[in-house]
Design a protein around this ligand. Structure first.
Ligand code: MTE
Length: 321
């Protein structure tokens, strides 16, 4: 069966537009991500996706935070990746991460929180309802995709870890294991890959911990078993294979900031008006759109401005790039 048009899902399966808009207003006012999951019908396992592999995840519900744009194909999402732990070519991760065994997996939690410790992946994830979130992904390299993630709001996990009043940022680290991640044998980056968010960004209802794709377990090349997805920021913020979470008082320095501070900042919000020092960010190349489709304009905050612009009120986005 073909993938359903997201627009079909919204009109025929969710509800009339007026109700949908009211629900959106409600969600916005409440600022509660999981409410969307409660109001939306579950995904059907029968929605097979051409080429897809991996175990189907049970009990996935739709989210009104999803875009109604048509998602990229399974082949695009799992065949064109950035994952330097498995090589720097776009096709490297699919090939070189094939034998990576993500489970068993643990996440070490520390810093300014009341519940530090080493958590099993299942313990962190299984107690939460899984949601499908179809998000736009805009890479800093000026290509883009539409990706149907399955995951949990990061806020739900953080609430359980109980950050204290000194926690101002969250720092994430990928697994460091050059035997399992062969790209780490070369110093392409300062390993392990590191990323960070402010607490407000981390608690925002759009910020997701993804554990799946197209209703199935997350493929290795997309960051199995769990990765971050922050749809209004350049893709490099969305760190894969998270093995460590630390709550900090000071702003973490992410891997790309460490590598090239003049080119990559902490915030990395998608912004068509602030060019990368070596290329414009005004337009993007949608992957899978065909050879003659051309580029399309990039939207401020990747089109999520209505939900996130208030996080940056009064901030100079040229300085805080
Ligand atoms: N996370 C780790 N650990 N290593 C990486 O090289 N690349 C980032 C991000 N997360 C990267 C990472 C970049 S540059 C992008 S654009 C996205 O992952 C790509 O995610 P995708 O391959 O699932 O589309």
């Amino acid at each position: 069966m073909l993938i359903k048009q997201a627009s079909d899902i919204l009109s025929s399966e969710i509800t009339a537009e007026s109700v949908y808009l009211r629900r959106r207003q409600l969600l916005k006012a409440a600022g509660v991500a999981t409410l969307g999951a409660i109001l939306s019908p579950p995904l059907k396992a029968s929605e097979a996706v051409p080429g897809a592999s991996g175990k189907l995840l049970p009990g996935v519900t739709r989210s009104p935070f999803s875009t109604d744009q048509q998602p990229n194909s399974w082949a695009d999402v799992t065949g064109y990746n950035n994952y330097y732990e498995f090589g720097t070519g776009k096709a490297d991760p699919a090939r070189r991460a094939r034998d990576f065994a993500p489970l068993p997996w643990t996440v070490k939690v520390g810093g300014e929180c009341d519940k530090p410790g080493t958590y099993a992946y299942e313990d962190l994830v299984s107690r939460h309802r899984l949601e499908e979130r179809i998000y736009r992904l805009r890479c800093v390299e000026a290509w883009s995709m539409i990706i149907p993630w399955v995951g949990i709001p990061l806020a739900s996990i953080i609430e359980r870890l109980q950050p204290n009043s000194d926690a101002r940022f969250v720092n994430f680290r990928t697994l460091y294991d050059p035997d399992r991640m062969p790209g780490q044998r070369r110093r392409t980056l300062n390993w392990p890959y590191e990323e960070g968010l402010t607490m407000a960004e981390a608690m925002h209802p759009l910020t997701l911990i993804a554990v799946g794709l197209y209703g199935r377990e997350l493929p290795n090349q997309n960051g199995a078993p769990m990765r971050l997805v922050v749809p209004w920021k350049y893709g490099f913020k969305s760190i894969k294979a998270i093995a460590e979470i630390n709550f900090t008082r000071t702003q973490p320095r992410s891997s790309w900031q460490q590598a090239t501070p003049s080119e990559y900042g902490f915030y990395a919000n998608v912004n068509p008006e602030v060019p990368h020092p070596r290329w414009s960010q005004a337009r993007e190349r949608p992957i899978g759109a065909g050879l003659f489709a051309g580029k399309k304009p990039t939207l401020m905050f990747n089109g999520y401005g209505e939900q996130v612009a208030s996080l940056y009120a009064g901030m100079d986005l040229r300085k805080n790039y």
